[in-house]
Write a protein that binds this ligand. Structure first.
Ligand code: CMP
Length: 513
């Protein structure tokens, strides 16, 4: 019984050592049960407590042979009490941060936890030392000198530690963020006192001194205020020049939007752009927003395969980066052959235009030789209202829309299709363009200059008559839309307007009435 009495005496704790011991064991077991992740810290606390217990038992035994004020006993008692109190402080820290604060949804930065524990150790040490009868004033003075010496020699380390504290306190960078520092990209796994560890996609861990994070530029990948985490990716591909970019873009965008792709954000939508023209192909990029920042390459690959198969279905092969050298024998015969082919194409276009049905084949060939190709892509303006008129346009493929702007309001007038012509009003009368015409889809037009048309109209005044008819109809439609005349007036005025216009056309082209 005397031994147990000695042990209780050594442990202090107001004689409740056994209760404290029991409480410690229960608390440690409970903590391990609710927070198994904290095993390392609980184990460290338990080890300290066990060491303290060994000291207490040793002290209890020593009292058989030496007196209570013997320096050996006092030292062992001081150390044991210190170890036990530190162990209790540690366990209480785990309980506070891992259970209480985390239940309140407050994740205290690791450095804050360490700092508070450090302060608690110092207080414990001071209390234990002072209760052991040691003069604290001397220690405080010496520790100030020591701090200065240590601080001076550990400037770099302290710089890192201060940066680490700053990084953690302002929480700009958090565990779980994807960041880029210099060339390195990775997931922040741990922010410690001195360094931050990031895990790269290559399965490496890169340790970055905290001072580098504070001094250099850090990119937080995919983070934007108020938005979900997602990062834009560019997937490049090349297609031959001969394919229309509008068509390629439409096919690729349709393929990327058809069914949702894993880890591709729905908003903003994936889209496709032309990035450059090279020697023999057009470069494109499909851009999408990646939601799982750990998987850029597999998702890029998914996007590439979608693009590939969509283009294959449309019969558009990807262009391989190669130099194609076309060797053409540029002799008279070859030039003549090409000229004939072009003429045939133009004649085929003219044959589809009702306006020119009255021409005989000779006249049509003559006109075909003067046609000039003019392609426009979707959305482009072909003529603008108010501009000077130089060309008559014939649509070979695609659709165009006629718009008129009245007092700042734009109205749709008509949609023109292959075989239709436009631009006749300005060209035949010399007036500025009465409306704007836009390519609704990609449009292939042929155009004819004023002088080219001159001869044809001279030889076939019938054409001037046909044009005057279309022109009169369109002009009256335009005037109805502009609110200048009513629908009834439109019908009544048709003959008169046609007659007027024919007169003006004849005057413009110097034809006899
Ligand atoms: P121009 O005035 O030279 O330029 C604009 C062209 O739009 C015009 O010739 C016509 O060819 C065309 N246009 C104007 N009004 C109409 C209409 N009502 N229907 C179809 N085309 C029209």
């Amino acid at each position: 019984m005397k031994f147990w009495h000695n042990v209780i005496e050594t442990a202090g704790m107001a004689g409740s050592f056994h209760l404290v011991l029991l409480g410690f064991i229960i608390a440690a077991l409970v903590l391990l049960r609710v927070r198994p992740r904290e095993l390392a810290r609980v184990r460290a606390a338990a080890l300290l407590f066990a060491l303290g217990c060994v000291g207490v038992l040793l002290g209890g035994a020593l009292l058989y042979v030496i007196s209570a004020d013997h320096v050996a006993y006092v030292t062992i008692r001081g150390i044991s009490r210190f170890l036990e109190t530190v162990a209790i402080v540690n366990l209480a820290g785990v309980f506070l941060f891992a259970v209480v604060l985390s239940a309140l949804r407050f994740e205290a930065p690791r450095i804050l936890q360490d700092l508070l524990s450090g302060v608690a150790y110092i207080i414990v040490a001071l209390v234990v030392l002072s209760s052991s009868g040691i003069d604290l004033r001397g220690i405080v003075a010496t520790s100030a000198v020591m701090t200065a010496v240590i601080g001076f020699s550990l400037q770099d380390t302290l710089g890192n530690i201060m940066s680490g504290m700053a990084v953690q306190m302002d929480r700009t960078i958090r565990v779980g963020d994807w960041i880029r520092v210099g060339e390195t990209e990775g997931l922040v796994r741990e922010i410690r006192w001195r360094q931050t560890s990031i895990e790269t996609r290559e399965w490496d861990t890169v340790v970055i001194p905290n001072s580098m994070l504070m001094k250099g530029t850090v990119t937080l990948l995919g983070r934007r205020t108020g938005e979900s985490i997602q990062s834009r990716r560019w997937v490049y591909f090349n297609v031959d020049f001969r394919r229309s970019p509008t068509e390629v873009i439409r096919i690729v965008e349709a393929a990327l939007l058809a069914e949702a792709l894993d880890s591709v954000a729905a908003n903003p939508k994936p889209h496709c752009i032309v990035t450059s023209f090279t020697e023999s192909w057009v470069s494109y990029a499909a851009r999408y927003w990646l939601t799982d920042l750990a998987r850029p390459d597999p998702v890029d690959s998914l996007v590439r395969t979608r693009i590939f198969s969509a283009l294959q279905r449309a019969g558009i092969p990807l262009s391989i980066p190669a130099h194609a050298v076309f060797l053409t024998e540029d002799d008279e015969h070859n030039r003549e052959r090409k000229k004939v082919e072009r003429l045939q194409r133009h004649i085929a276009v003219l044959e589809k235009v009702p306006l020119f049905h009255s021409l005989n084949s000779e006249e049509r060939s003559a006109l075909a030789g003067r046609l000039k190709g003019a392609p426009f892509i979707e959305g482009e303006a072909i003529t603008r209202q108010g501009a000077d008129a130089h060309w008559l346009y014939i649509i070979a493929s695609g659709d165009a829309e006629v718009h008129v702007t009245i007092n700042g309001n734009t109205k749709h007038v008509a949609t023109l299709h292959p075989g239709d012509f436009f631009g006749e009003m300005g060209m035949m009368t010399g007036e500025p363009r009465s409306a704007s015409v836009y390519a609704k889809t990609d449009v292939k037009c042929y155009r004819l200059g004023n002088e080219d048309f001159h001869d044809i109209v001279h030889n076939r005044p019938q054409i001037a008559d046909d044009i005057a008819h279309t022109l009169a109809r369109r002009r009256l439609e335009l005037e109805v839309i502009q609110g200048k005349i009513s629908l009834e007036t439109q019908h009544q005025r048709m003959q008169q307007t046609k007659g007027d216009l024919l007169g003006r056309i004849r005057g413009f082209f110097g034809l006899r009435a």
